[in-house]
Design a protein around this ligand. Structure first.
Ligand code: ADP
Ligand code: MG
Length: 235
């Protein structure tokens, strides 16, 4: 348990409570989450390790307020989200939550720097402010010499580091990563993950990373899996 937990005792940054999610598939109903519980505190990193199809992406989408539970609720800083108006959901998502996917989804026409500036300018920062923070973040992630490169001019590992910088550009409280190193070779995956872990520790983010990589999972604060639609602690 990190020191950050003690400082913010009790209230998790993110809390999935009794979360149920099912999908209709023709006549059948697929029950994916059946009352899942997961609390993550500031500064804490959780690895979500489960087989393909178990519901990892579903859980992350629910935690990221991109999908809504069929029952149960997702609390952000102690605040229930089930009945929030759309505008407030969007604002919470934009200000509090950063998402990293397996594919980087960077805008191909823009430089690394511009890709990280963009969410900040949407958030209302001036170009100069956004540029300063973007350069700092990219420098912190080891990309000082790559600011003007477009995504196609970057390696896979560099692209993912830019995607991480973009996800935290607006200083969210929560970072959700869905197999962020799944497309990378083991050595590069390890490097990208180290950078991510360093950033999480320095910024006090509450982090959930879905991964198949056990080396990566072993270096996080907690490991959980999905069993019969429930979140189960692994150690
Ligand atoms: P994971 O990320 O662990 O591989 P997912 O959360 O993507 O698993 O999916 C869990 C299960 O839910 C899978 O069997 C998948 O086919 C099903 N599923 C996910 N999204 C939908 C959807 N929109 N409609 C129907 N079934 C879905
Ligand atoms: Mg998935």
């Amino acid at each position: 348990m990190s020191d950050a937990r003690a400082a913010t005792e009790e209230i998790p940054v993110i809390f999935l409570h009794a979360v149920e999610r099912h999908y209709k598939q023709g006549d059948a109903t697929l029950y994916i989450l059946k009352g899942a519980e997961l609390a993550v505190w500031a500064g804490q990193s959780v690895a979500l390790v489960a087989p393909s199809g178990a519901g990892k992406s579903t859980l992350l989408h629910l935690a990221g307020l991109l999908e809504h539970p069929d029952s149960g609720d997702v609390y952000i800083d102690g605040k229930a989200t089930a009945n929030l108006p759309d505008a407030e959901l969007t604002a919470t998502r934009r200000n509090q939550i950063g998402f990293v996917y397996q594919a980087h989804h960077l805008l191909p026409e823009f430089s690394a720097l511009e890709n990280v500036m963009m969410p900040q300018m949407i958030h209302g920062l001036t170009r100069a402010e956004a540029r300063k923070r973007a350069a700092e973040l990219l420098g912190y992630l080891g990309l000082r010499e790559r600011l003007m490169h477009r995504p196609a001019e970057l390696s896979g590992g560099e692209q993912q580091r830019v995607a991480i910088a973009r996800a935290v550009a607006n200083a969210p409280r929560i970072l959700l990563a869905d197999e962020p190193t799944g497309n990378l070779d083991p050595h590069t995956a390890d490097h990208v993950f180290s950078t991510l872990a360093q950033l999480v520790r320095a910024s006090g983010l509450a982090t959930i990373v879905a991964t198949h990589n056990m080396d990566i999972a072993a270096r996080m604060d907690r490991r959980v899996t999905l069993r019969e639609g429930l979140v189960v602690e692994l150690d």
